[in-house]
Design a protein around this ligand. Structure first.
Ligand code: FAD
Length: 906
């Protein structure tokens, strides 16, 4: 019987109507129940939602708002800097007497929720909170001494043996809900600033084609999994390609699904299928689970129900069911650890693991993020992640393990990167994953353990299907070499069109060297390990059980490290010198930092290797789709185009990565992802603030610009024929004092050309188009420089590739038309599209279009008239050498500005 007049249900990551105890309690307590959602990302500090999560939040909130409306209620959406303030203001406005919400377990939420309780209770407001996220609350599952468990097995065994079952999922309220009075204003979902910028929002548009955040979609996925995936989960879950798991995590996270719906899709084979990388062996439900769109209790009981059905039918699928539930158990455990040890997002659970002498190498980190490590399984995973925001758990394990062990990069960096780019980004699960792969938990492998990469690919992607899908540049390699292109004989590589160091990197580190590095680092760690039973550890496990949130510490604890160094009589610098060398490529193919040049491998091959644009670019990134708008025209561009497009827009801080990542294929190779690499955790800055700082990340690399500026690179333009560069072509040549063509043009745009011929940059019309004529265009280009170079040659050239600049001046109309034609050049056929000419006219798409020009089919719906119209604009804007000179000058100025803004802060 309702006793109160007005109560508020505060929705967070429990975005569903069924199995929502806070909603039920409110409905039972008050005559008017107001569902409230407060968007206050800033209060999450450095873990405020990443780009992908923002997209999901928006759509998830839209779904719950619709569901509430269907029942006669209304979701009130408010914006606040801090939820507490927003909540208090709304209570004052409504005169609410009670607030109901469901628990969250990350440290930021726990602190905030406690503050809410204290604040409201001191104002005599009733506050009640409930468990809607877990089978058991963390404080329910304790050992005999009433202490938390610190190994998963002991924890999960206890959960399975609990004397009482997890709460049954509550049904959805039936009948109409109390109406929310009109005068309580609400933002519409579209008014909320979900994203940092409009460009960022646009960059997530492609997610719409991949994901449906509605709770009903999660339920459908779960049901399908229970029928098709679960029976063989025990064997197949390691198939990493994609859908062998539920992908329910965001729904569950936001609470939009309940367990009943979940339990019928891939469950029967879960035990066999879940680890296979080349097909759908797991549920892929993680994003829904994360957002609570699906309830974990619903999943739990649907699996149990399914198990009972199979048993009754004489089918023994117990192993698969248990294996699957164990995955859910890991999620439970992540919250359990976060509750009892709230520092797990920042510090190793095992104290001595804080002594790992990390490499702190931004270039290596960047190569890893961009999928340019030269290890196909790792690179494929990172590209899938960029493209979909999701990849199979096994791939996450392999990729993160590679980062931590092969590259010796601090796991906290990886955690933040995944936080930014995963669609199911979930702080507790993310932290648990990283703590495990880094050996930071007492039941994890020790730090010295390294997974056998060969065994991984033989087991999880034996035929290379997964790698072929996400690294099309390697797709023609025979199975034998698909996972180790470096081992293929030259003729095999040539037949497959793979040019190591050019369209796919050499391995960033040799396996033996990686082992050496880990052995060295392990020596430090072991030295710092507490002896069994020493103080500071719990039960001899080495755990530091400090039960409160500790302040952030640098990845390598200096005090631990210095004691090791003192003991071993090593200087810090000499220690670092002992680490094995890395070979690093940038996204633009530029050798960012080639240390140990004596051992340097051949990096670059001939420039005309690129095929005729059937779906991948010169660095092996393949073309998907990027949707953009130019006037009324809908554009579909490849990732290079997207990269450039994003890069072209000055002030679009996250640059090409933002666009690239949505480009359907893989990531675009831009620097959007720099946002996290730039995060200085110690300062506690968040992604948003730092994106502002990464102003030079548009299309090229901050490092490049910085380096270039150091070397005072100058650009000059020379008239004349560039036949040495490209027989028969009549392009313009930019001479760079240094080889840093990329830097000279402020972006990847010109880097292809610049790098291709070492110190010379051939400027052909499409490069000027793509590389940028006009201020914005200077940042255009992305990594497609070389492609534009080729494309331009092909597009403008005759059979002997005779082209460009003169024709360009004299006959732009003719040239524009020629972009439609396929051309022969050096025996290769190029199909050049109007994009090249389009690029010159559209300030937003300048660079990309140039790249798009090569990409057969990447540009759609561009009529010839449009091209001509754009050429007209182009004629007005840019003419010949003078303009190019201006461009060069503007580029230099821009670099100066970018350099100033990107200079490391003091
Ligand atoms: C370095 C690293 C980072 C990770 N970051 C995240 C993250 O941010 N968000 C996230 O949801 N998962 C994370 N995981 C765990 C795991 O990779 C995903 O949960 C899983 O791949 C999701 O796919 P699925 O829904 O098909 O899983 P299924 O196998 O179908 O499992 C069903 C559900 O169980 C949970 N689950 C499964 N495996 C794990 C696990 N190892 N740890 C915790 N929960 C699990 C998820 O909620 C998942 O949706 C991370 C793992 C690693 C190694």
């Amino acid at each position: 019987m309702a006793q109160l007049n007005v109560a508020i249900v505060w929705f967070r990551r429990d975005l569903r109507l069924y199995d929502n105890p806070a909603l039920v309690a409110a409905l039972n307590s008050a005559r008017t129940v107001i569902p409230l959602y407060i968007w206050a990302p800033e209060e999450e500090g450095q873990f405020q939602p990443g780009r992908q999560t923002r997209w999901w939040s928006k759509h998830s909130v839209m779904c719950i708002a619709q569901s509430l409306e269907q029942l006669g209620s209304r979701l009130v959406i408010r914006r606040a800097r801090e939820s507490v303030e927003g909540l208090k203001a709304f209570i004052t406005e409504t005169g609410a007497e009670a607030v109901f919400f469901n628990h969250l377990y990350d440290s930021i939420s726990m602190v905030r929720d406690q503050q809410v309780k204290d604040d409201l209770r001191s104002n005599r407001i009733l506050v009640s909170s409930f468990n809607a996220d877990l089978l058991y609350e963390p404080w329910e599952v304790l050992d005999e001494q009433q202490q938390p468990y610190t190994t998963f097995k002991s924890y999960w065994d206890r959960c399975l043996a609990m004397p009482y079952a997890p709460p049954l999922p509550l049904p959805e309220p039936t009948g109409p809900l109390p109406a929310v009075p009109e005068h309580y204003s609400s933002m519409s979902v579209h008014e909320v600033d979900w994203f940092f910028t409009r460009e960022q929002e646009a960059s997530t548009e492609a997610l719409t084609h991949r994901w449906d955040p509605a709770g009903s979609a999660a339920v459908a996925r779960l049901e399908a999994f229970l029928e098709q995936g679960l029976p063989s989960f025990e064997h197949d879950r390691a198939k990493t390609n994609c859908e062998s798991t539920t992908m329910l995590s965001p729904w569950i996270h936001f609470g939009s699904i309940s367990t009943q719906t979940c339990l019928t899709c891939g469950l029967p084979s879960f035990e066999h299928d879940r680890a296979k990388t080349d097909r759908e062996s797991t549920t892929m439900l993680s994003p829904w689970i994360h957002f609570g769109s699906i309830s974990v209790r619903h999943i739990y009981y649907r699996v149990a129900q399914k198990h009972a059905e199979w048993q009754a039918a004489g089918r023994d699928k117990g192993r698969s069911c248990l294996d699957f539930l164990q995955q859910m158990g890991y999620r439970e455990y992540s919250r359990y650890l976060a509750f009892h040890f709230p520092f797990i997002t920042e510090r190793s659970m095992l104290a001595h693991l804080r002594a790992v002498p990390w490499r702190l190498d931004q270039d290596a980190f960047k190569a890893w993020r961009q999928g340019l490590t030269g290890y196909p399984l790792v690179d494929a995973g990172m590209r899938q992640l960029w493209s979909m925001g999701w990849c199979h758990n096994r791939v996450r394990v392999v990729a993160s393990h590679f980062m931590v062990k092969h590259l010796l990069l601090p796991w906290q960096w990886g955690l933040k990167h995944l936080w930014d780019c995963q669609i199911d980004a979930d702080l507790e699960c993310d932290a648990l994953g990283w703590q495990y792969v880094s050996g930071c938990l007492s039941d994890a492998h020790p730090f010295s353990y390294m997974i056998d990469m060969e065994q991984e690919w033989r087991r999880f992607d034996p035929d290379g299907h997964y790698v072929r899908r996400w690294l099309p540049v390697l797709s023609q390699l025979p199975n034998e070499f698909i996972h180790q292109p470096w081992a293929a004989p030259p003729e095999v590589l040539e037949d497959a069109g793979v040019e190591l160091g050019f369209n796919y990197p050499w391995p960033i580190i040799a396996p033996d060297a990686a082992k050496e590095g880990v052995a060295l680092a392990s020596a430090v760690v072991e030295r710092c390990a507490p002896s069994s039973g020493s103080s500071g550890s719990s039960s001899g496990t080495g755990y530091s059980l400090t039960p409160h949130k500790e302040p952030y510490r640098p990845p390598t604890d200096p005090s631990l490290m210095s004691s090791f160094l003192a003991a071993s009589q090593l200087e810090p610098s000499s220690w670092r010198d002992k680490l094995p060398p890395l070979y690093i490529h940038s996204a633009t193919g530029h050798p960012l930092s080639l240390r140990h040049s004596a051992q340097q491998r051949p990096m670059w091959g001939p420039s005309m290797q690129q095929q005729d644009g059937t779906g991948f670019d010169h660095m092996g990134r393949f073309y998907g789709l990027y949707r953009g708008r130019m006037g009324q025209q809908q554009l579909l561009l490849g990732p290079a185009a997207a990269a450039a497009a994003a890069g072209a827009k000055r002030g679009l801080r996250q640059g090409s990565g933002g666009s690239g990542e949505l480009s359907g294929g893989t990531f675009a190779g831009g620097d959007g992802e720099l946002s996290y690499s730039q995060i200085d955790s110690e300062s506690g800055d968040n992604g948003a603030a730092l994106m502002e700082d990464v102003s030079s990340s548009a299309a090229g690399s901050q490092e490049l610009r910085w380096q270039q500026q150091q070397q005072q690179c100058e650009v000059e333009v020379e008239d004349g024929d560039s036949s040495e560069l490209l027989p028969g072509s009549g392009g313009k040549r930019f001479k760079l004092q240094q080889q840093l063509g990329a830097g000279a043009f402020g972006g990847g745009g010109s880097s292809g050309g610049g790098r291709a011929e070492s110190s010379e940059l051939l400027v052909v019309p499409s490069v000027s188009a793509g590389g940028g004529v006009g201020a914005d265009g200077l940042l255009a280009g992305g990594f497609g420089g070389r492609m534009r170079f080729d494309a331009a040659a092909a597009a403008g050239g005759d059979e002997d590739a005779d082209m460009m600049d003169d024709d360009y001046e004299e006959d732009e109309e003719h040239q524009a038309r020629r972009y439609y034609a396929g051309r022969q050049m050096h025996g290769r056929r190029f199909v050049a599209r109007p994009a090249a000419s389009l690029s010159t006219a559209c300030s937003h798409f300048k660079g990309g279009a140039g790249a798009g020009a090569l990409d057969d089919g990447a540009v759609e719906s561009i009529g010839e008239d449009d091209v001509m119209q754009q050429v007209e604009q182009q004629q007005q804007q840019q003419r010949g050498d003078e303009k190019l000179l201006l461009v060069a000058e503007a580029a230099r100025l821009q670099d100066l500005q970018l350099e100033a803004s990107s200079r490391p802060r003091q």
